[in-house]
Design a protein around this ligand. Structure first.
Ligand SMILES: [Zn+2]
Length: 151
């Protein structure tokens, strides 16, 4: 029996848009186009990951600044103006009430819809979120602009 993937058909290259004919599952007109496409996808994913890591680092600096100033909490609006992104976390859990338990590396806090409170440093590796150990972030990653593109 003939495999349906062996059927030939006309297709359009996902990279350059050129028409080609080939096997039904063929997506690219050439190996160069296939490599360019896959390299770009890899680069995009890497950049996305680096952007998240940079945001985590920014969040951490902001939280650490609050601790240094002996502040145990702040409004999310205030934090957002400082560049804090409350969606970037290294640990998350449901609290007893309506608040959520969050952590950014070794700093833990509670979060409601409008503020964070109970900010404290937890001993590394002894939090409920110890599945996510602290990560050293290279300063090169901090050069990424908000749109995720490198300079
Ligand atoms: Zn092509």
């Amino acid at each position: 029996m003939k495999n349906s993937n062996d059927e030939f058909r006309k297709g359009r290259c996902l990279e350059c848009g050129a028409e080609f004919s080939g096997r039904k599952d063929k997506k690219f007109c050439s190996l160069t186009c296939k490599n360019n496409y896959n390299n770009r996808r890899y680069h995009d994913r890497k950049q996305y990951r680096e952007k998240i890591l940079a945001q985590l680092s920014r969040n951490y600096d902001i939280l650490e600044g609050l601790l240094t100033d002996n502040q145990a909490g702040a409004s999310l609006e205030e934090l957002s103006m400082l560049g804090f992104d409350s969606r970037c976390l290294t640990g998350f859990g449901k609290g007893n009430g309506s608040h959520e338990c969050c952590s950014c590396f070794d700093i833990s806090y509670y979060r409601t819809g409008s503020k964070i409170f109970g900010l404290r440093r937890t001993e590394s590796g002894k939090t409920a979120m110890k599945k996510y150990p602290p990560v050293r972030i290279s300063s090169a990653l901090l050069d990424i602009k908000d749109d995720g593109k490198t300079k």
